[in-house]
Write a protein that binds this ligand. Structure first.
Ligand code: F6R
Length: 242
């Protein structure tokens, strides 16, 4: 696993955007795995700027988002559908039919999970997966547990995650208790993985991730087994690395 430490959030975001740009230049029909949350927002801003300058063409790019809350429709302002369109997709020339996000209001959630997993396979798998990391080491919404779910599945969010995400809602009570997430196997099948982290509150999870001990209690540790994983973190997120 490669670790790149940057001076700040801005540099982290710029480096990540450069990697995405290079990937799309090399392969215009790249399949990107994307994350929501605060961390990748800077990267999305840089990618939009690059698109506006004519440096990237998203017209053949295919995307798969990691996760979506169960019970929130695409129009709900806190849904990950809304987040992605508002912060990224509306500002670039991606085709709507090339965008994939799990449907959190599907009548049959199990079927939706299988469908999503099949769609990823049909697209030929993910070329470049962008990840954030939870304070508890979750990636996607794969929460610390006794065992690992490899495929896209429905997950019950932990208290840690509900508390961390309540900042986007009026109160913790409004945070959905369940989500659909790509599994750790779906993520690990990506040809290339880039994990981003910024800030002191991520320092412990980052330290655990790179210390070289695999545990389902810190799901991100699975990345140590990936042949092409890079972690780009700012100084604060790197502050507990010995
Ligand atoms: C989001 C996702 C989550 C976040 C993580 C960090 O699609 O899969 O794993 O990446 O919760 O969130 P932020 O960036 O808001 O700290």
């Amino acid at each position: 696993m490669r670790v790149i430490i940057t001076v700040d959030y801005k540099e982290m975001s710029k480096k990540a955007a450069e990697i995405v740009k290079r990937q799309i230049k090399e392969r215009p029909n790249t399949v990107l795995g994307l994350a929501t949350g605060s961390t990748p927002l800077g990267m999305y801003k840089y990618l939009i700027e690059m698109y506006k300058k004519g440096e990237i063409d998203f017209s053949n790019v295919i995307t798969f988002n990691l996760d979506e809350y169960v019970g929130l429709s695409a129009e709900h302002p806190q849904s990950y559908h809304y987040f992605m369109f508002h912060n990224f997709f509306h500002h670039i020339n991606i085709k709507k039919e090339n965008i994939h996000i799990p449907n959190g209001v599907a009548l049959d959630l199990e079927e939706e999970c299988s469908r999503y997993e099949e769609e990823i396979e049909k697209a030929g798998g993910i070329d470049l997966q962008i990840l954030g990391i939870g304070v508890n080491g979750h990636i996607g919404f794969n929460e610390p547990d006794e065992s690992i779910d490899t495929k896209t599945h429905v997950v019950t969010l932990t208290e840690d995650t509900i508390n961390a995400n309540k900042r986007f809602f009026k109160s913790a009570d409004e945070v959905p208790k369940k989500a659909i997430t790509m599994g750790l196997g779906s993520i690990m099948k990506a040809k290339k993985i880039v994990l981003l982290a910024s800030g002191k509150n991520k320092a412990k999870a980052i330290k655990e991730t790179i210390k070289g001990q695999l545990t389902t209690k810190v799901p991100s540790t699975v990345l140590t087994l990936h042949p092409d994983a890079t972690i780009i973190i700012d100084k604060e997120a790197a502050s507990l690395i010995p």
